[in-house]
Design a protein around this ligand. Structure first.
Ligand code: CU
Length: 281
């Protein structure tokens, strides 16, 4: 039983519509609260630059997909035959230099522009204009299966696993390493992928500019319980960050002088040894 050409046409159009919907749908859905690894909801300048590249690549990709898909559907519906036994061929064309040059040069041009955008973004992100003298340093260590956090500027602070808190609008100097195998520290809203190698320190300097809770996920398959290596990064007000740091053992004097807290804010800090159960933002 042969399927009539009209049915093929309907199937072709339906497939095209589904492809377009599948491409557009993610843009209509809510951001990272429902899709924690949603890549285009930046909360730092670093991530904003990366997301711009992502958007450009997506838009170019969607354009190329639509163009090629439409031409395919057009060719099938315009030149196809409903007779499966037909030997008839469309006109065969050879040696059209202008056409061949066009379909060679346009992709080269597109890829060159994308390369330029990607490389210049990498350079900007790797040579940030942030003043690192004022940065808050965190040592972030991956292990099978979790992340631990300490800070040389906050003596006593030790978070063996779980969530990390950082102050908003304060330069952060993250130094990422690993105790065992290769992991990857990845907070889509704040940074790019940062591989964590045993014996090496990978450094990233950024400033979180929007308070909130941001999902972090190890993005290197590091063993059977790799899926356990997810947590949150809380971007807090300085006072809320100070409360968290003190509740995790950080020296009160170091915290208050580092964050330039007022007397009232200092008084609101928990007593030594008090563990805060809340995550104020
Ligand atoms: Cu992992």
């Amino acid at each position: 039983m042969s399927i009539p050409s009209r049915a093929w046409r309907v199937i072709g159009i339906a497939v095209l519509v589904l492809l377009v919907l599948a491409t557009v749908a993610p843009f209509l859905l809510p951001h990272h609260t429902r899709f924690p690894l949603w890549p285009i909801d930046p909360a730092s300048e670093y991530a904003t630059r990366l997301d711009r590249v992502w958007m450009v690549v997506m838009i170019v990709g969607i354009g190329v997909t639509l163009l090629v898909g439409s031409l395919m559907v057009y060719a099938v519906t315009r030149f196809g035959t409903s007779d499966p036994m037909s030997d008839e061929e469309p006109p065969q064309i050879h040696g059209n230099s202008r056409l061949e040059l066009t379909w060679t040069l346009i992709p080269i041009l597109i890829v060159t522009v994308l390369l330029f955008i990607a490389v210049s973004t990498l350079q900007l992100n790797n040579a940030p204009s942030i003043d690192t003298r004022n940065a808050l340093v965190f040592n972030i260590r991956g292990y099978q299966w979790g992340w631990s956090y300490t800070s040389p500027q906050l003596p006593g602070l030790l978070v063996p696993s779980g969530d990390l808190h950082v102050p908003v609008n304060r330069p952060l100097d993250w130094r990422v390493t690993s105790s065992d195998v290769v992991h990857d520290w990845f907070v889509p809203a704040l940074d790019g992928h940062m591989d964590a190698y045993p014996g090496h320190i990978v450094r990233i300097v950024l400033t979180a500019t929007r308070p909130g809770v941001y999902y972090a996920q190890c993005s290197k398959f590091c063993g059977l319980r790799h899926w356990l290596m997810h947590n949150n990064v809380y971007v807090d007000s300085p006072a809320a960050f100070a409360r968290w740091a003190v509740s995790k053992g950080a020296n009160r004097t170091a915290v208050t002088s580092l964050l330039h807290l007022s007397t009232q804010q200092l008084a609101a800090l928990p007593a030594p040894g008090h563990a805060s159960a809340t995550h104020p933002v």
